[in-house]
Design a binder for this molecule. Sequence first.
Ligand code: IDP
Ligand code: MG
Length: 139
Amino acid sequence: MSGNRTFTMLKPDAIENGHMGKIIDMIIQAGFSIKAMKFTRLTEEQAKKFYEVHAERPFYGELVEYMTSGPIVAAILEKDNAVADFRALIGATDPAEAAEGTIRKYYAESKGRNAVHGSDSDENAAIEGKFHFNDSEIF
Ligand code: IDP
Ligand code: MG
């Protein structure tokens, strides 16, 4: 059975380009409710840990540098079928391949600087949510 929570980050390019409010509005209009939200900046250690699964990929160094380059918004979102529905809302990793109407189609700059993160499984949604929030910060 699929779960009802996912985890997202609005990445540094989205904040830098002034898209934070519009992206949060798209998320709410798509039926997600916000269970936790934080405006913060990742340390190098946090970014390395968060993207550990990509450690062997050629873009890992660039990814860590980008994700620590400025503030982000981290959030836990709730909706039926949250993980899959949120991945559909954000679109493909590369904005050139993202469907019309998706967040990445509108706001991503490139495959690397792609505006938003979305968890890829219920298991990772739980791990990633806990990575950023204590129980007392989740409503
Ligand atoms: P996802 O965010 O759509 O799940 P992943 O393949 O899990 O995509 O990659 C994690 C993040 O790493 C991407 O969102 C993007 O910021 C970055 N990334 C992925 N592939 C590339 C690439 O080929 N070049 C540069 N950055 C990349
Ligand atoms: Mg991924």
